[in-house]
Ligand binder design. Sequence first.
Ligand code: C2O
Ligand code: CU
Length: 579
Amino acid sequence: MTTGSLLAADLVIAVLAVAGWLGGGAASVVGRRPLARGLAAVALLATLGRAITIVALARAGWWFAAEKVLVAAPLSLAAVVVAGPRLLRTPGDIRSVAVPLLFAGYAVGGGLLVTVLHGYPASAGVGLLALAGVLAATMVTWRVLGAQPSRTVSRAALAVAVAALVTGTGLTVPRDVAPDVPHAHGHRDGPPAGEPTKRFTLTAGTATVNVGGRDEAVWAFDGQVPGPELTATVGDVLEVTLRNRDIARGVTLHWHGYDVPNGQDGVPGVTQAAVLPGEEFVYRFRADQAGTYWYHTHAVSDVGVRRGLYGVLVVRPAPATGVDVTVPVHTLSGLPLPAPRVEPVAAGVPVRLRLVNTDSTTHRYALAGTPFRVAAIDGSDLRGPTSLVDTAVLIPAGGRYDLVFTAPATPVALFVDGRAVYSTGPVSRETGAWPVLDPLAYGVASPVPWSRIDREFTLVLDRGLDLRGLLPRYAHTVNGAADPDIPPQVVRLGDIVGFTIVNRSPVVHPWHLHGHHVLVLSRNGRAATGSPLWLDSFDVRPGEVWTVAFRADNPGMWANHCHNLAHADDGMTLHLTYS
Ligand code: C2O
Ligand code: CU
């Protein structure tokens, strides 16, 4: 069983236990004896059964089980000790076990709430708060059912409530608050890029485009979605003028995967102010990374990118030979955008398909009708990629894969999530059962370039209640906090920095660090065995643990976030900064 399914199973069993105890308690209140005993028996089994899932989760990693071991397990034990024996003793009046059964429900439910609303890391304050809630609910129940809570119980409840308030709830205590982000206006540009050799202008504005026969109101660069493809050759100096015609919420250009100097990174409130209607901003950087990249607005990025403010950036080492095309995949107003037309290719011609996932979720790509190699991922060439046939690849949100092959005389087709986006003739659509490439085991390994890690950070991804804003929200969290309350990661120039990224949540988080490419070291405790993988976007699936490392060689303040941009906007964003 994967850790992701263990997490799900544990949640289901906990919900079952709570429902059983509360249902049993309610049934006993109304004197339904067999029902009460049946439900309570189910609840008892589920509560005891959770010991198995909690132990298994703790073995998968403390991050997955901490609050369950420290809070849910003791509360569950209390539930079993209080309610279990009373059930076995078969009370004369079933109504007499109502309070113990309901207490058990509150106790198991309290543990469940800690998992669902708070998660990792567990703290004494959170544990006490849960306990105080359980005791308070029990006392209210006692009164409602017309009995007098015992003196000892009332005193204990009061003591716990006071302790919970004194130790802080862990939810309301201010954390280390992120420092104010500078509103740089290009004053941290890094070394001068030199005289531009390639100039582009992109004008952002509202527009209407036709998608699948329907007119859609979009936000577009130069009136088109995707925006114009920007191409350059290594050594070029790019100058891109961004103008905003009428996007009221502002626009920027972020060069996704391109490790530009900090001042050119296009993050509003961090490296520049958003460009408002009528304004402009000039980006300038040297094109010294070859590969497939993309650009997109980083102002209200979830809405902005989804509505169309993005395009492809391709930097070639030399002028292209053969067929070299980009295939950005994007969903606009719920409809997949048609892929660009690809002309028929003569047999024997080398083809490079640059696949770009500009959506917020993973896509599955299947190239049928030819053997192929994955030449590059996220702009970096792979070492010794072998030939693949009838194998699918999963590209994370924001990620890019370059597939290369020699055009055969027979038809070739590219399927995305089962839909043909490009084909040179009829090809079987039966790609759904193909195995999926594991990039961590593809190509030829080479030693990790460093023998030390100077600074390590752990990022535990989850959901939780964020009470610090004006309105409480159910945020996507990192280490129990949501943007802007996640403490920044501080590194020094030259450090080798390690990240351990843990996904406790039930959804995929495509992780994306700006300004740097990270080298994948391991996934779920198993070292990567294939070509070195230098990524800027990688999917951390539910229950997965990734370790990655990079050299801190690009000073500035960098966004570090989930590239499911709705998650990023809902709290899952932090910053890496140089001391
Ligand atoms: Cu492509 Cu901060 O994003
Ligand atoms: Cu996410």
